[in-house]
Structures are given as C-alpha cells and as structure tokens.
Design a protein around this ligand. Sequence first.
Ligand SMILES: [Mn+2]
Length: 325
Amino acid sequence: MKISSKLLNLIKNNNSFLVVGHVNPEGDSLGASLALALGLKKIGKKDICVLSKDAVPETLKFLPSSEIVRQKPPDREFDVVFIVDCNEVKRTGFEGFNASKTAIIDHHLLPADAAASEFYKSVSASLIDPNAAAAGLLVYKVLTALEIPIDKDIATNLYTAILTDTGGFRYSNASAEALKIASHLVEAGARPWDISKEVYESVPYKSMKLLGLSLSTLEKKDGIAWINTTKNMFSKTGATSEDSEDFVDFPRKVKDVKVAVFFRQDGGKSYKLSLRSKGNVDVQKIAKSFGGGGHIAAAGCKINGTLKEVQDKVFRAVRKAIKKQ
Ligand SMILES: [Mn+2]
C-alpha cells in the first residue's frame, strides 16, 4: 500500500507529536508506537510523547525506550496525535487529545459507520491497511519512506511488533512481506532469540504452576477442547488473572480441535470466557450472543452460572456454529 504524501508531509512539517496505542497494550501497540517515536527523534523532532492508558506490562519492559511511555499526557497542546494499532479514540482509553491534527497508522478494519463519522472527517492523514500483519510493519514503511535509518532500538521494537502479532510468524498473516521486513530488522540489529526469550520464555513461575492445574481439567468433545481455572487454583498458586492471559492457546493446540474455550472463574458463579477458532467458525458471533465481542478467530465474554451451566450454554452455541460450517 502506498503511503500518502499527506502523511509524510504531516511528519515533515510539524514539530510536536503525541503517539498513542490501545488499552491493554501488547507487543504491536507498544513496539510500533515506540519505533515511530524513536524514528521521529532521529529526524530532529524533539517534542514527542508516547502515551498508553495502561502501564507497560512487565513482559514488554525490555522494549528499548519503554521507560518513556506515559499514562497521562502533558498539559499542553501538540501539533499531531498519532493513533497507532487502533483507529478509534475509544480504543486508546482516552477521551480525546490536545493536538491540532490527528493521524492514524493501523491494520484493523474501520468501523462500519466510519464514512459518516465526524471523527474520521477530522483525521488529517492515515495509513490504514487491514492486510498488514502488524501496525509495526506499517511504521517500518513510514520510516523507510522518510529515509530514516533503522537502528538496533527501532529494529527491536518493530521486530517484536511483527513477531507478536503473527504469533511468532505462525498465523495466516505471516506474509512474505512480514518475513522480508523481519529479515531487514534482523540485519538492522534485532536479535530474534533475545526477543523470543523475553516474549515467550519468561513465564512467571506461579503462572506455570497455575497452567499445570488448569491443564489437568482439559477435555475434548465434538471438535471443542476446553480447560478452566477456579478461584481455588488462583489462591493455591498466588497467580492473578494476568497470569492466565494465554491459557486458551493450550486447548487450541490439540489436534482436530475447531474451537477452544478457556473458562476463568472470577466469582462464585461468574466466569470469564476466552474463545479461539482454529478453522472457519466465527467465535466473535458466539461471544456477541453472550454480550461479549472480539474478532473472528479470538473473542471473549462473561457468563454467570455454575461451571456446568455456563459450559452447557456455550457448548450448545459452539456446536451449532460448527455444524453450520
Ligand atoms: Mn496489531
């Protein structure tokens, strides 16, 4: 996708920049934001603030310059706010920004009502490509178009962005282009094993203990595999809900599974569900029918009831969705 001269000029002709990603930031949101900020600094922009509503998670503190991320914007006006890895103010967790112009760099689909929205009419320039594997990949293109040299710190941020959004170069978005750019980033100084160790091999001990207990509940039936955690497992291991963030990936790994579900007990009779689809089942539709949301292949919702009641409800919906395939 071609980068508009509007976007490049917006960078060239302005001096102060806010860069903001989405709530619950992950590797792409933070990696892309930090790389953009570091790139802008390289061409002499001195006034740059990287914002994130939620703090940098422990596992991403290794990202170069992650310490510059602020949770509150400074009380003054900026020339431009860059919204990265999302395309709505709502997703950033902020009410709005004190900036005279707005730009978007993102790879998510625009909301259906975007054309009529006042917000999108107010956007000065954007690079939105839903086919791009990661927002980091788009930031790479912007920096390259501006002939900004990619140093080791920028490369590490961008490599992490692409690595995490492609699930370690495993998902269907791991395109030739994503791999080609990752290769350039390794040439520029990103170290795959160092980054993988931080991202995938730094699991807290209590989280691994919790996973062990949770995996002992694994079951599989009718193309569905599931595990659950109880309040008791959390108190036994001292782990918190953050420690179970990726647990749904484990039932998904089982052969011939179409839909994986993780049930996390939040209260006596309340459960938080994560759903993952490995094939064509749209789990977002299922989650939505229970008041949740997400994407086609990854979604979540909350349901009240005993574990048995909750599972009966969800499995009925999932079986129906699988049958429709
Ligand atoms: Mn992303």
